[in-house]
Design a protein around this ligand. Structure first.
Ligand code: IDP
Ligand code: MG
Length: 151
């Protein structure tokens, strides 16, 4: 399996509800490695670029106003098959369909307030990481715990 990087973001509802630590803990406990992290309010043009694939859909305008409505915790996480692993941990887009034990399944009630974003493919991850982080903001380091997470 490939070592991948993926773009994750605690959305404004997750920040306002004080769930940044809870959500980050899940990824850390799982074994994902933090490569970059930033707390910020997303500019509207940046949000429109990030969510460009949804332009024209009925929920697009509310999605953009939601994602810029307050600060988000943006991060790059790394690990074996990280894109799919993180998507599984997030749960389905609609929290009412998300399995218990997933982030959306445990904390969300509606699609429009579903707490977390995560890249859906390695190609999306590369695109999204480059929107929110400069190359020099991605930190390369040896994490000693990896010797006890990977065989
Ligand atoms: P994903 O976040 O699970 O990848 P996408 O289909 O890429 O889901 O949609 C991006 C985001 O747009 C969702 O996480 C959610 O915040 C919002 N969204 C998607 N569909 C709806 C909808 O039908 N109503 C309201 N918001 C939606
Ligand atoms: Mg998506």
């Amino acid at each position: 399996m490939p070592i991948e990087q993926t773009y994750l973001m605690v959305k404004p509802d997750g920040v306002q509800r004080g769930l940044c630590g809870e959500i980050l803990s899940r990824f850390e406990n799982k074994g994902l490695k933090i490569v970059a992290m930033k707390f910020m309010v997303i500019r509207k043009d940046v949000a429109e670029n990030h969510y460009g694939e949804h332009k024209g859909k009925g929920f697009y305008d509310s999605l953009i106003s939601y994602i810029i409505s307050g600060p988000v915790l943006a991060m790059v996480l790394e690990g074996d098959n990280a894109v799919a692993v993180c998507r599984n941990m997030m749960g389905k887009t609609n929290p009412q369909d998300s399995a218990p034990g997933t982030i959306r399944g445990d904390f969300g009630m509606v699609t429009g307030m579903n707490l977390i974003h995560g890249s859906d493919s390695p190609a999306s991850a590369a695109r999204e990481i480059s929107i929110f982080f400069k190359p020099e903001e991605l930190i390369t380091y040896k994490r000693t715990a990896d010797d006890w997470i990977y065989e």
